[in-house]
Design a protein around this ligand. Sequence first.
Ligand SMILES: NC(=O)c1ccc[n+]([C@@H]2O[C@H](COP(=O)([O-])OP(=O)(O)OC[C@H]3O[C@@H](n4cnc5c(N)ncnc54)[C@H](OP(=O)(O)O)[C@@H]3O)[C@@H](O)[C@H]2O)c1
Length: 330
Amino acid sequence: MSDGTDPNAVGHKNPVTAIITAISDMFSEKGQINPMGDDERLDGKTAMVTGSNTGLGKAIAIDLVRRGAHVIMACRSGHPEAGEDVKRKSGSDKVTMLKVDLSDLDSASALCDTLRDRSIKLDITIFNAGLMPLKARKGAQGYEVMFMVHFLANRLMVERLTRDGVIAANTDNPPRIVFVSSESHRSSGPINFDKFGDFIDYGLKDGMGQYGYTKLHLCTFATELARRTNGIEVHSLCPGPVASDIAREAPGWIKIIVNPIMRLAFHAPDKATEPVMLLAAGQAMAGRTGVYLHMMREKAVSPSAADPENGRQLWDKSGELIEEWLQEIS
Ligand SMILES: NC(=O)c1ccc[n+]([C@@H]2O[C@H](COP(=O)([O-])OP(=O)(O)OC[C@H]3O[C@@H](n4cnc5c(N)ncnc54)[C@H](OP(=O)(O)O)[C@@H]3O)[C@@H](O)[C@H]2O)c1
């Protein structure tokens, strides 16, 4: 059981122990930090949330808009009904929906073009989109789809948005970037830099392993980005177990088991927003960078994600994979 920033606090050997730890952490008060105050307003701020047509992302969008922010919902599906629902539930029409498929670098790049061409300046950027496929499949450029959505598309978008000034470094009033990751990054083996980005085939049994492996890429990237940036605050988190549609591809017999557990034991999406909102906009986090939260507890990312040499290699190797999409703008 974890209780703070000790890097060895959670030593998950596999996803099962990760889930057991996560559920037991949900019911423990130890080490909990306070959520963002209800009175903390975001009037005049612009935020973007990927994968915000459903689940956690949609609940984040509603909270941001309710607090006065203008929110760009960057989504693959749900156009326009998810945006209309966010407007209804937040009582504000400061919502723009933009299309993106994060399993396609052309689509991620096109979203960046749109943001640049509309002269949008993001104060808050939340990379939330995620998935758990039933079996391995390829995205548009042939990479495994979780590698794309959890990591590579985010890597490209951060590079594009910072180069284009959509996310503009400002030491007086730093914009914030938040990555929604997972504690499962701890159960992953190390990143294989000799086969970086190679397609990995998996089925139902190994899917959770690949999920943790791609979230390790994301936590390593978040940590490295925080090290490399000045004037932008960068954080990552695990929201804990969320009663969402993340297991939508699971076979019917698994859903029969998992869905009641989700409804009974997992946090509703509007409760699971707390760590995301605190990192994205909470006054209590002002002036900090590189924070990782597991629900409402601050922890260190895994030693592998924190390792500067891993961060450097991930940065360089992924830079090579996205180079083609950066040349177009230089
Ligand atoms: N649920 C949990 O227990 C849990 C635990 C730890 C971490 N997380 C993380 O929390 C985040 C939110 O997940 P959730 O639980 O809210 O799941 P969810 O309800 O399934 O929402 C996932 C979102 O990601 C979007 N997405 C997936 N593939 C995409 C793509 N190729 N392009 C653009 N958007 C894409 C989905 O869009 P579509 O509707 O178009 O597919 C959806 O909006 C994820 O990063 C997940 O890994 C969840």
